[in-house]
Design a protein around this ligand. Structure first.
Ligand code: PLP
Length: 328
């Protein structure tokens, strides 16, 4: 799915909370011409029974974002804890009571022609209502892309660098026009890398297998969460190793993971059914565990969550920032 922004919703831009319709950049902005921005994607899930919104692993997301920004020498001054507090405040100001997607963006903001970047940086945070990115309730049909995943020595795939998402857009567009729900990338070594905007896992011979982080993949936070759930909750052995394309055709189960997609079963690859074409048992259990963990239903995983409304209580990793740092 795609989501449009409502011009009246409040965003964080230029150090202030302002309506989206007033948050504008000039057409000479460096990032617009050269893709010199780094973004992040964070989910907040609404739990109707508890009347609460839970932001998923915001500190880890902001740590990753700041690290990735350093690839382009983009400086985002607030700490991950301060950025978390800004995010909670942003959701409160919009009074969202539905699942939300948070999109931080750091970018080269100089308004001039010339590819080399300088030290003019800016950042913004947008929070918007966002439902299912892919239809995760039914199994997905995926196709291996003719486009290869970008290589670490060209543009780091672990970076969430704006310009690099042309690679994902080309693969996604090709897959959809060919009748698939989404694409699977191979890397330049010919190994399975990931989906267009998600990581990939297969179940084979009772092991959960995913490409390692040196296979030109994004080091997904959902990937990390699912690995922990698989080991702790299902007692599965998790293996990080190269995956061949043909293993996708003979595996027992296959699924994507990501902030936008959650845990999304794949039941067909390149017009071949995965096993019997039904959603597998491991995938279903992980989908349910992930759903419960992200809605605050599982005590052991509340460490991942920052509640938005109940007094904005922060978990142990977080500290409140001084009110004067939060622009009004
Ligand atoms: C290319 C790519 N791979 C994987 C992921 C999944 O990462 P995460 O679970 O941190 O959202 C994303 C999500 O943004 C992505 O864009």
């Amino acid at each position: 799915m795609q989501a449009d922004g409502n011009p009246n919703m409040i965003v964080y831009f230029g150090g202030k909370y302002i309506p989206l319709g007033e948050a504008r950049v000039g057409i000479l902005t460096h990032a617009l011409h050269y893709g010199t921005g780094v973004f992040e994607g964070i989910r907040a899930h609404w739990d109707e029974a508890q009347q609460e919104m839970f932001v998923m692993r915001p500190v880890e997301h902001f740590e990753r974002w700041k690290q990735n920004c350093s690839f382009l020498r983009i400086v985002v001054p607030p700490s991950p804890q301060e950025l978390t507090e800004i995010t909670l405040e942003l959701i409160r100001r919009n009074d969202f009571r539905t699942n939300v997607y948070v999109r931080p963006l750091g970018y080269k903001s100089a308004e001039r022609v010339g590819v080399c970047f300088d030290d003019q940086d800016a950042f913004s945070l947008i929070a918007m209502p966002f439902g299912n990115y892919l239809p995760t309730d039914r199994g997905l049909r995926a196709g291996v892309s003719s486009w290869r995943r970008i290589d670490d020595n060209a543009i780091p795939a672990r970076g969430k660098i704006c310009g690099a998402y042309v690679n994902s857009a080309l693969a996604s567009d090709e897959a959809r026009r060919s009748g698939f729900d989404d694409a699977i990338f191979l890397n330049e070594n010919g190994h399975v890398a990931e989906g267009a905007a998600c990581n990939i896992f297969m179940v084979r011979k009772r092991k959960l297998i995913t490409p390692s982080v040196t296979e030109n993949v994004l080091e997904g936070i959902t990937r990390d969460a699912v690995m922990e759930l698989a080991q702790r909750e299902l007692g599965l052995e998790v293996v990080e190793r190269p995956i061949d394309r043909s293993e996708l055709y003979v595996c027992d189960e296959l699924f994507f993971t990501g902030t936008a997609v959650g845990v999304a079963p794949v039941v067909e690859v390149d017009h071949r059914q995965v096993k019997d074409g039904a959603i597998g048992a491991v995938t279903s259990k992980l989908q349910q565990k992930y759903f419960d963990a992200t809605r605050g239903h599982l005590q052991a995983y509340q460490k991942w969550l920052a509640p938005v409304y109940l007094g904005g209580k922060m978990n142990d990793q977080m500290q409140k920032i001084p009110a004067e740092l939060v622009a009004r």
